[in-house]
Design a protein around this ligand. Structure first.
Ligand code: AMP
Length: 231
């Protein structure tokens, strides 16, 4: 099969891979993304792109802001435009990790179409699975330093002195959306959103389920092993 660089130039033997990462908050997506970035994948997080667009006052940010504030999905048209821009930005997209996109079946269909136009396709959809109770323990135990932003966990990465940062002595706090009730709500929203998408990719035999109950490092290792096999 012929390979094409992001600008459409034929490049023989280039290792091409588009990977979609699905997983609820707390399932280890952050660590997996970090490890894949270190492996040379370009990380495309639509949440990060939108937050940057809002901050910079760009048009797509203005369109998206009110939806984001309400925790609702930004319209598909805006999202497709953002993904198109990512693929035509000149960045090396030969190996890339899509994080936060697609979120709905119509978005997945549009992505498939757009990639087909570029002569490309999704290689794997990695779904990090983790029981809700384990996610609640992980998220509700998170603490962040007000001063330097360092991350802790009351059970897994406790500070030496309760509520005090080991590094700078700053006060540790809990994010408002990391409280148990809010977490259960966020997880419910996530499950409803991704259920159809998971089934859609499963039918296409692209979905790989990874056990997200393990440590973040082990989860990231399992994802890399699956992707190595897919090449
Ligand atoms: P995230 O950081 O992935 O949780 O995204 C933050 C917010 O950005 C979401 O709550 C949505 O409002 C919006 N967003 C990010 N990605 C998408 C997407 N693929 N479709 C619709 N809205 C999105």
């Amino acid at each position: 099969m012929m390979d094409f660089s992001p600008r459409g130039v034929y490049v023989a033997g280039v290792n091409q891979s588009i990977v979609i990462l699905l997983g609820p908050p707390g399932s280890g997506k952050g660590t997996v993304s970090e490890r894949l970035r270190a492996e040379g994948y370009t990380h495309v997080s639509t949440g990060d792109i939108l937050r940057a667009a809002v901050k910079a006052g760009r048009p797509e940010g203005l369109e998206a802001e009110s939806y984001m504030k309400r925790g609702e999905l930004v319209p598909d048209e805006v999202m497709i435009r953002i993904i198109r821009q990512a693929f035509s930005s000149g960045k090396d997209m030969s190996r890339c990790l899509l994080d936060g996109f697609p979120r709905t079946v119509p978005q997945a269909e549009r992505l498939e179409q757009m990639l087909a136009d570029l002569g490309r396709s999704v290689a794997r959809v990695v779904f990090l699975e983790c029981p809700e109770d384990a996610l609640v323990v992980r998220l509700s135990g998170r603490r962040i330093c007000r001063q330097c932003g360092a991350g802790y966990h009351v059970q897994f990465i406790p500070p030496r002195k309760a509520d005090v940062c080991d590094t700078c002595g700053g006060e540790l706090y809990q994010r408002a959306d990391d409280r148990e009730e809010t977490i259960r709500n966020r997880l419910g929203v996530y499950n409803r959103q991704t259920e159809c998408l998971v089934a859609w990719y499963e039918k296409k035999a692209l979905l790989v389920r990874i056990d997200g109950r393990n440590t973040p490092d082990r989860v990231a290792g399992d994802v890399l092993a699956v992707l190595a096999k897919a090449r």
